[in-house]
Ligand binder design. Structure first.
Ligand code: C5P
Length: 229
């Protein structure tokens, strides 16, 4: 049985490989994430095909950031594809512009707080104000929500803290960095199991390599679904 709490990241280079993978996985998975790595490989066409022809939900992970007018125009164009989730950086002016662009559609705007690959030294290099990273994540999440974001992307370690914010009421938390017990971590450092991430307040978990690199991706997805049921 499919369960849209599981979002599988189709981090393969092009639409042909993505469609092949989605067909191998079949009905087990109903929600896919398509990101920048497939932009030049037909990612938008694949998003459209999976949505229109296969009835899948689509999370377009574009992490947009620009002046408000440009973000609004970009989101207005993307919103025509009838997709489900779109990421932008969680800066308030970006979120407000994205919401304007998505007005009148069902596209949900998710804000990125602080990329999970960055540590304090990286933030110093970017001139981001001093202070512990979790505090900055919480403050950026609250500001993204106040600006109208429908949800945020967060590491599983941050999910409980964000869920506890008053501003998070009714908002979505989507967590990558999820690994079934015993799976390879790859370059993910701060991971949790699917069940733990959901227990900590995530509405959706994003899993990539443990599914698409598996010999049997459908079975790998089924095992995650069995774990969270
Ligand atoms: O293969 P894996 O499960 O690590 O894939 C996680 C997916 O989530 C990838 O597409 C990655 O780009 C994305 N992601 C992430 N961490 C973030 C934001 C997005 O891992 N902070």
């Amino acid at each position: 049985m499919s369960d849209d709490r599981l979002i599988v990241a189709l981090d393969v280079p092009n639409a042909v490989a993505g469609l092949d993978l989605a067909e191998r996985i079949g009905s087990a998975v109903s929600f896919y994430k398509i990101g920048l790595g497939m932009l030049t490989g037909g990612g938008l066409a694949l998003a459209n095909e999976l949505k229109q022809e296969h009835g899948k939900r689509i999370f377009l992970d574009m992490k947009l950031f620009d002046i408000g007018a440009t973000v609004e125009a970009a989101v207005r164009g993307l919103a025509q594809f009838d997709l489900d989730f779109l990421t932008v950086h969680g800066d308030p002016h970006v979120v407000r512009a994205a919401k304007e662009g998505a007005a009148g559609t069902d596209l949900k705007i998710l804000g990125v707080t602080i990329l999970t690959s960055l540590d304090r030294a990286d933030l110093d290099a970017c001139l981001i104000q001093p202070g512990p990273l979790p505090n900055l994540v919480a403050t950026r999440a609250a500001r993204a929500f106040e600006a109208g974001a429908d949800g945020v992307i967060a590491s599983p370690q941050e999910a409980a803290m964000i869920r506890a914010l008053p501003e998070a009421e009714g908002k979505l938390i989507v967590t990558p960095g999820v690994r079934p017990a015993g799976a390879e971590l790859g370059d993910q450092k701060r991971v949790a199991t699917p069940a733990q991430a959901l227990a900590d307040g995530a509405d959706h978990i994003v899993v990539g390599r443990p599914v698409w690199q598996a010999e049997d991706p459908a079975a790998a997805a089924q095992a995650i679904l069995a774990e969270i049921r």
